[in-house]
Design a protein around this ligand. Structure first.
Ligand code: ADP
Ligand code: ASP
Ligand code: MG
Length: 306
């Protein structure tokens, strides 16, 4: 089994989801569990909706919810099989109706709590994971959707909850391996729930942590983090373009780079992977043939930048 995590830009549109399907399909024999982020900038948009609501700007939040639904519907329709279009519409209706009720409640209260922020920001991954699982079927794979909130158990620290590892690992190892025998499993990153079943999130960028926790929980042979750059680079490409790709890096060095701002990887991500000695690969979903960066437990000696 392998874990393949696709970040927001890797699932931002129908074309991006089609690329993801191709990448996963060509690795189906390795029994992938796919972890996806919210589509594009959806998490930011959900947070903006919550903010507009508590400021009492009703027309504005209704329009924002409408636009977000349109965006999901437009992209999803292009990658969902004809026979499943009615089911897709129902799923979108249900989710957006529920979201609208929640947002109206916030507007009445005029207050945003960490718990309500989580309830709202979770919609991004709840939707993207369902859409991607339907898309995989469209592209000829057998795919099952699993609600991450049933497997990732966390503490109650809303907006930056920590997984309760032993409970989470036992749920993951019971549920996922049998499913991967016949199907590609698709689940949302970033989201979990408390023991009482209240939705939580792991903090911004938290889908990487979901991937690592899932990998550790099922004893995956590899965790692949698919993103929009060729791997870990020697400099942040948004600040200094033309940095070199690091081909091989130790867990300790990768954690340090992440800590000092290499946003390509959530710093806490490496911990569950180190503990179980599972290699982490960072790969480019727009250039799957590029070798990426391999993060391994032992120290690595120089001469490894491309
Ligand atoms: P995803 O949505 O796939 O999780 P992120 O935006 O979280 O992607 O992380 C990838 C981004 O990290 C890149 O687009 C790049 O701008 C940024 N980044 C910052 N520092 C580095 C670095 N040292 N190497 C690679 N990418 C970096
Ligand atoms: N969607 C969440 C965020 O934007 C989690 C993630 O993408 O890793 O922070
Ligand atoms: Mg990220």
């Amino acid at each position: 089994m392998i874990v393949m995590k696709f970040g927001g830009s890797s699932v931002e549109s129908a074309a991006a989801i089609e690329r993801v399907a191709g990448i996963v399909k060509s690795r189906a024999a390795r029994r992938p569990v796919v972890v996806v982020s919210a589509m594009g900038k959806t998490t930011n948009k959900l947070l903006a909706i919550a903010q507009t609501a508590i400021e009492g700007r009703r027309e504005e939040y209704i329009r924002q919810i409408h636009d977000l639904r349109d965006f999901h519907s437009r992209e999803a329709r292009q990658v969902v099989p004809l026979a499943e279009r009615a089911a897709l519409d129902r799923i979108l209706d249900d989710h957006f109706q529920e979201l609208t009720e929640l947002v109206k409640g916030l507007a009445v209260l005029g207050e945003l709590t960490p718990r309500s922020i989580d309830a709202i920001s979770a919609y991004g991954e709840r939707l993207s994971s369902i859409i991607v699982s339907l898309a995989f079927r469209h592209f000829g794979m057998s795919a099952v959707h699993v609600d991450s909130r049933e497997l990732i158990v966390t503490d109650k620290r809303h907006t930056h909850a920590a997984p309760l590892f032993s409970e989470t690992y036992s749920r993951l190892s019971a549920a996922l391996p049998p499913l991967t025998e016949k199907s590609v499993v698709v689940m949302g990153g970033f989201i979990g729930s408390t023991r009482d079943g209240v939705t939580t999130t792991l903090g911004r960028g938290g889908s990487d942590l979901t991937a690592a926790v899932v990998g550790a929980g099922i004893g995956a042979e590899e965790i692949q983090i698919w993103t929009d750059v060729d791997g870990m680079l020697t400099a942040d490409p948004t600040i200094i373009p033309g940095g070199h790709r690091v081909k091989l890096i130790s867990f300790a060095e990768a954690a340090e780079l992440a800590y000092f701002g290499a946003k390509v990887l959530h710093p806490a991500t490496v911990v569950p992977a180190i503990e179980k000695n599972i290699p982490v690969l960072i790969l480019n979903s727009r250039r799957p043939e590029c070798g990426g960066t391999r993060i391994v437990s032992d120290a690595v000696h120089s001469r490894n930048v491309a």
